[in-house]
Design a protein around this ligand. Structure first.
Ligand SMILES: C[S@@+](CC[C@H](N)C(=O)[O-])C[C@H]1O[C@@H](n2cnc3c(N)ncnc32)[C@H](O)[C@@H]1O
Length: 441
């Protein structure tokens, strides 16, 4: 009997040791993977920086000079992920093109093997590699590269859309003629006296300055505001995206501001503007509504500025951290900035839907990539907020490409969007149209 008890105790101890070992090893594996990913990202970023400095790499000698990883010479060995990544650049490459490049380095896998290597690589590094099917091709998304252009609806750089009036009116008619989606609240929860630029089942898009448009909307008419304003990045003391001659990131999509707005106000004027916008949003909110305000803290000349500086004395319910999980401001002066805030300003009766609090207050989504707008947020961000409340009408006064609208309609809610730029609103309408088509299919 004593022997059996001892045996049981011993096997429990062994099981405990094994569990602890297992935990320690898996923690080690996860952090090693993270370290490898970060090293790979930093190396690639360094390479991009050097390429920018010395110009395009024309041949292998120059590649070696700018720190390109030497390819594996063996015929049979599969190159490591970081080696494979360096066979990609910003141009689309097919498996046969990649096979030729690999061949130049003395590696001759079958074409199917090359497909498999790059397919897997694209899955493993989805934030770094873009892929297309039919024909299957891959390319690198570098922090400096432009987001993929949508052929169908180019965003204008002028305030007027580059699309012809006929094209725009065809799009508007297509959207307006749609029957209400079964998903969207059918009885109109929102009624304004002003005519939108584009409207369809469950949504209105207004073109103009958001303060001017909002002032024409009735008080207590929306349940939620979800928005991300321009960040005033053109007015920066460094560490941001300054415009013009001082530009740190001249090729960044936002280096020249937005299509109809330069994003470079005098800092005090910017604070005043945002306080006015938030006050106006507050007036439009019903008594159980909330504003979800996406912005980010910044340090300017040693002084921390936070989105709370823009608060016109509204009650703050909480701050949600959006962990973008990546950034591009690689700098030895500070750890890579990777997060933004979503400040929730809520009226006293605002409540989440039952069980909504389980969504927690740190939301991890990578940035949006496939959008012609220069500063879109990913759809997951507004969707996480909307799906966890019972809000029926959602307003975005800085609607851009209409991401909040897509999320609202997907969740069966109504949407009112405002933007200064007509071209962005056309993109928004096209995205909504595509989305409704998919929902109907
Ligand atoms: C950060 S972007 C919003 C992007 C949007 N969340 C998306 O996912 O596409 C800010 C937007 O504010 C718009 N904007 C700038 N000034 C404005 C104003 N006074 N009134 C309305 N919109 C304005 C810009 O045109 C830009 O599209």
């Amino acid at each position: 009997m004593i022997f059996l008890t001892e045996y049981a105790n011993m096997s429990n101890t062994i099981a405990d040791i094994l569990t602890s070992l297992e935990k320690a090893i898996s923690t080690e594996i996860v952090s090693a993977k993270e370290r490898a990913d970060n090293a790979e990202l930093a190396l690639s970023s360094l390479r991009d920086g050097l390429v920018k400095l010395v110009g395009p790499i024309a041949n292998d000698d120059q590649k070696a000079e700018v720190g390109k990883v030497e390819p594996t010479k063996s015929r049979s060995a599969k190159p490591s992920s970081s080696e494979l990544i360096h066979y990609l650049d910003e141009n689309w490459k097919s498996a046969s093109e990649l096979r030729e490049t690999l061949g130049e380095a003395g590696i001759w896998p079958a074409e199917g093997t090359v497909y498999n290597w790059f397919r897997r690589l694209a899955i493993e590094h989805s934030t770094r590699i873009e892929s297309t099917s039919k024909p299957e091709r891959w390319r690198l998304i570098t922090p400096m590269s432009e987001p993929r252009k949508r052929k169908r609806l180019p965003v204008s750089r002028k305030s007027q859309s580059t699309k012809s009036a006929a094209q725009t009116s065809r799009l508007i008619t297509a959207v307006m003629k749609r029957p209400p989606s079964k998903n969207v609240i059918n009885d109109n929860q929102f009624a304004s006296d002003i005519t939108p630029m584009i409207a369809g089942p469950g949504f209105e898009l207004h073109q103009g300055d958001c303060l001017e448009v909002m002032r024409k909307l009735p008080s207590c008419s929306v349940d939620m505001v979800f928005t991300s304003p321009p960040y005033n990045l053109g007015s920066s003391s460094g560490g941001g995206l300054t415009t013009g001659r001082n530009s740190l990131w001249p090729n960044s999509a936002l280096a020249k501001g937005y299509a109809s707005y330069d994003d470079a106000r005098d800092p005090e004027e910017y604070v005043e503007w945002q306080r006015n916008v938030l006050s106006e949003c507050w007036r439009l909110l019903r008594d159980d509504g909330a504003i979800f305000y996406n912005h980010k803290p910044r340090v300017q000349k040693g002084v921390l500025q936070t989105p709370l500086d823009l608060n016109p004395d509204l009650p703050v319910r909480q701050i949600i951290i959006w962990n973008r999980n990546q950034g591009f401001n690689f700098n030895r002066s500070f750890f890579l900035p990777c997060h933004e805030w979503v400040v929730v300003f809520a009226k006293p009766a605002f409540r989440l839907r039952a069980g909504g609090c389980a969504a927690k207050d740190v939301w991890t989504f990578g940035p949006e990539r496939h959008n012609p707008h220069p500063a879109p947020f990913p759809i997951e961000l507004p969707r996480r907020a909307i799906e966890n409340t019972n809000a029926r009408v959602i307003l975005d006064p800085f609607a851009g490409s209409g991401t909040t609208g897509l999320a609202a309609l997907e969740c069966g809610r109504q949407f009112v969007g405002i933007d200064l730029d007509a071209g962005y609103l056309e993109t928004a309408a096209a995205r909504i149209n595509d989305n409704l088509t998919q929902q109907a299919a």
